[in-house]
Design a binder for this molecule. Structure first.
Ligand code: SF4
Ligand code: SF4
Length: 417
């Protein structure tokens, strides 16, 4: 496991790769909105380097600029020098948090909710049951009316689905239905913490598509949250504990699939997070579901969808994992589909984990830009492969008066019922 001092040196060395060319600036959502150098990748790298060199008198003074970063990695895609911005940011956030944990209610809630609830599936399921009950009793409506719950949050989070739709996928081995041509490949499925209770239908669609295409699918009962939100919030030590459990849970599997861009990116970075051979071996066997299916090829023809569809790239899929063409290639195989392009489809939507709760004004501005770009293509449906992006895009499309359904690509690959 990487020690704290190794992390500081590693992080510092990476800041030296930046040649200050500025080519990343036009791609940075916070720089686009705020127009401030310190809220750009180059400016933040400069600040983080100054911090590592001991030239920042009060480390707290640079924190707001780092807090406003979405960790979307658009700057990494744009950078000709190969600066690994995400690693520098995550190391620096962790160092700042270690030196002086952030104060305030939001920070306290973030620390405790992420670790004590989100990272523990049973507690998370129980929390969603309570939320569902509260919604049925009208408490969500009341909380919004009394301004106990910010309107932006109420609009962002869709109603909690009924219990039947929150039932987790059965652990164990799932086999294709009789008569399906079997592939010689067995995969394991990472089901995700929020995906299960909020987007259980996406997990069920993922299972159904894999089985219809002849793959055996194992769902390990012992799997845990990927830890991405903890890493982004500056708590890699806690994320490492979850990562180690996931490495053990999937030890017998050769391929680990996931359908959430944020989780997938974190899983593929366990080599860096754990800095062990086991972590590297685990990272090497992780695939996004579209990445996997595009490589293996579909054998079950998807149901016809006579729709004008626009695909939006989740940042942690296109910038974080370099998966760009595969979802489009798969969608083009859906009979009847008219796959159209959209302006700036690889720009961040402003979701970024819990960013929209911590930086609501910026998230709103970035979300509105995304909605207008998508609406300009006049699609019948928007497709994107990350739960946070699905919620954020859905919320901002509705706010701007566009009632366009938002779906995960796997839902369009389902065979006819
Ligand atoms: S990660 Fe995204 S928000 Fe942060 S500096 Fe890079 S482009 Fe800007
Ligand atoms: S593009 Fe890369 S090298 Fe150029 S300023 Fe941005 S991070 Fe630095």
């Amino acid at each position: 496991m990487a020690s704290s001092s190794e992390s500081i040196i590693d992080s510092y060395t990476r800041t030296l790769d930046c040649v200050h060319c500025g080519l990343c600036l036009p791609n940075c959502p916070t720089h686009q909105v705020l127009g401030v150098e310190a809220d750009s990748p180059r400016g933040r790298i400069y600040l983080m380097r100054a911090l590592a060199e001991g030239r920042v008198e009060d480390p707290e003074s640079i924190r707001p600029f780092l807090d406003r970063c979405l960790d979307c990695r658009a700057c990494e895609t744009a950078c000709p020098s190969g600066v690994r911005y995400g690693e520098i940011l995550e190391h620096t956030r962790a160092e700042l948090e270690r030196a002086k944990p952030k104060g305030g209610l939001a920070a306290w809630l973030t620390r405790n909710l992420l670790w004590h609830v989100v990272a523990r599936q049973r507690r998370l399921r129980f929390a969603f049951s309570l939320l569902r009950l509260a919604e049925l009793l009208g408490l969500r409506w009341l909380a919004t009316k009394l301004r106990l719950m910010p309107k932006s949050m109420a609009e962002l989070t869709p109603p909690v689905p009924p219990a039947a739709e929150r039932t987790p996928l059965k652990p164990g081995l799932h086999t294709p239905p009789a008569g399906t041509k079997l592939r010689n490949v067995r995969v394991a499925l990472f089901t995700g913490c929020v995906m299960e209770p909020m987007f259980g239908h996406v997990n069920r669609a993922t299972m159904e598509v894999l089985l219809a295409n002849g793959f055996e699918v194992r769902v390990p009962a012992e799997q845990r949250c990927c830890g991405a939100l903890l890493v982004h919030a500056g708590h890699p030590d806690r994320a490492r504990l979850l990562a180690a459990e996931n490495v053990a849970a999937f030890a017998e599997d050769d391929l680990v699939l996931n359908n959430s861009a944020g989780c997938g990116c974190a899983l593929k970075e366990y080599d860096h997070l754990l800095a062990t051979d086991d972590g590297a071996a685990f990272a090497a066997k992780c695939r996004d579901i579209c990445e996997f299916l595009a490589a293996e090829g579909l054998t079950a023809t998807p149901a016809e969808q006579p729709l004008k569809v626009v695909y939006d790239d989740p940042c942690h899929l296109c910038h974080g994992q370099g998966v760009v063409n595969q979802p489009r290639e798969l969608l083009q195989q859906v009979p009847g589909i008219d796959l159209i392009g959209a302006n700036s489809s690889d720009d961040c939507c402003g979701s970024a984990g819990i960013y929209n709760l911590l930086q609501p004004a910026l998230a709103q501005e970035i979300g509105q830009r995304k909605a207008s770009n998508l609406a300009a293509s006049e699609p019948d449906m928007i497709v994107t492969g990350n739960p946070g992006c699905m919620m954020q895009i859905n919320s901002h499309m509705r706010r701007s008066g566009h009632l366009v359904p938002v779906r995960h690509p796997i839902e369009l690959l389902l065979p006819p019922q």
